[in-house]
Design a protein around this ligand. Structure first.
Ligand SMILES: Cc1cc2nc3c(=O)[nH]c(=O)nc-3n(C[C@H](O)[C@H](O)[C@H](O)COP(=O)(O)O)c2cc1C
Length: 338
């Protein structure tokens, strides 16, 4: 199955969601290698990009083999968003610009960005129009929005029509309101309503944890693709499951092999110490539920170098291989945070 974002053909239907501090180049590459059709960078502050703050460009590095680089921008000023889009295209070669209209974090809302834009449709439309103009015809612009602000103001359908008219090439819809943050029922009926309201592709998001979930969302809402956030943490095999249409369970050998590859990609990307720090959370997710993982989890925070990570993985792998790793209820702790 495939769909198109403006002039860009996308093969497959499962997309990695933008995830702050998670969907960096190494993790996107890991997911793409498992059959993910498209991956979105963590959000990038338009104002920081315009001012060229610190290591901001690191967030937009194309992963090896990443055919379509989707850079997500957030901000509340149409001019700054347009300049940021032009910089992302020129300096990182972004192929798609995604506009964040869904983030509920207070710091983002404080500047009028993220889901706050759903309460200011005129400003939201101005942002889309300016970013589309700055990006030009070869670089399509997408919008990631929520169902609405709260139960009394579910306005995704109207917003979707308006951003389409302003030139958006696709819409990703996290089918929860701002008030729901990341929990509570995902409102698939809103995805269906948005799909019926627009001509551009609609990407459904919220609560997909299995190939069966993905198929059900696509069938029941008619959406063109699904976007996966927390379901991919510690489980990039989910993309393979969706591509194959059946649940894939990696063997523990495959699991450890992939962890080692993820570590190696991270070391190449960010250096030894930063890779060790970043891999702490990923290991917590990768090992969740494995017999004896609760014991390993306690040592994760002490990993300060890639060698520490390798030693931790190796010791645990040997314990699993020899049957010495014992199950406990605590093995399921420390799951993906909301
Ligand atoms: C750790 C974390 C970081 C996130 N960062 C972003 C972000 O940078 N931009 C964005 O639009 N959404 C962000 N989100 C929201 C996700 O993209 C997604 O919409 C949400 O998690 C619902 O999908 P899920 O149920 O598959 O996780 C984040 C969510 C989580 C859990």
């Amino acid at each position: 199955m495939s769909f198109a974002i403006g002039p860009i053909q996308i093969d497959g239907t499962a997309i990695l969601a933008p995830l702050a501090s998670v969907s960096d180049a190494p993790f996107r590459q890991i997911c793409l290698e498992q059959g993910c059709a498209l991956a979105v960078t963590e959000m990038v502050a338009s104002e920081a990009l315009v001012r060229n703050v610190g290591k901001i460009m690191d967030r937009m590095v194309r992963a090896d083999g990443e055919r379509v680089l989707v850079v997500q921008l957030f901000g509340a000023d149409p001019g700054a968003m347009a300049r940021a889009a032009a910089i992302a295209i020129e300096r990182s070669g972004a192929d798609v610009i995604d506009i964040n209209m869904g983030c509920p974090v207070r710091k983002i809302l404080g500047v009028g960005a993220g889901v706050a834009l759903m309460r200011e449709p005129d400003k939201a439309v101005a942002i889309v129009r300016e970013v589309v103009r700055a990006s030009g015809p070869a670089v399509p612009v997408t919008v990631k929005m929520r169902a609405g602000w709260d139960d009394a103001s579910v306005n995704a359908e109207q917003m979707a029509r308006r951003v389409q008219d302003a030139g958006a090439a696709a819409i990703a819809l996290h089918a929860r309101t701002k008030e729901q943050v990341h929990s509570g029922a995902s409102r698939w009926e809103v995805i269906a309503a948005v799909k019926a309201a627009v001509r551009i592709p609609v990407i459904g998001n919220g609560g997909i944890r299995s190939a069966a979930d993905a198929e059900a969302m696509m069938q029941r809402t008619g959406c063109d693709a699904v976007m996966i956030g927390r379901g991919a943490l510690g489980n990039p095999w989910l993309f393979r499951s969706i591509a194959l249409g059946r649940e894939v369970q990696p063997t523990w050998q495959e699991r450890f092999e992939l962890i080692r590859r993820h570590l190696a990609l991270h070391v190449a990307f960010a250096g030894d110490a930063a890779a060790a720090r970043e891999m702490r959370k990923h290991l917590g997710w990768y090992l969740r539920g494995l017999p004896g993982s609760a014991m390993v989890r306690a040592s994760l925070q002490r990993m300060n170098s890639a060698d520490d990570v390798r030693a931790t993985i190796e010791a645990f792998e040997q314990a699993v291989a020899s049957g010495r790793a014992r199950s406990s209820d605590r093995d399921f702790g420390g799951g993906p945070s909301a």
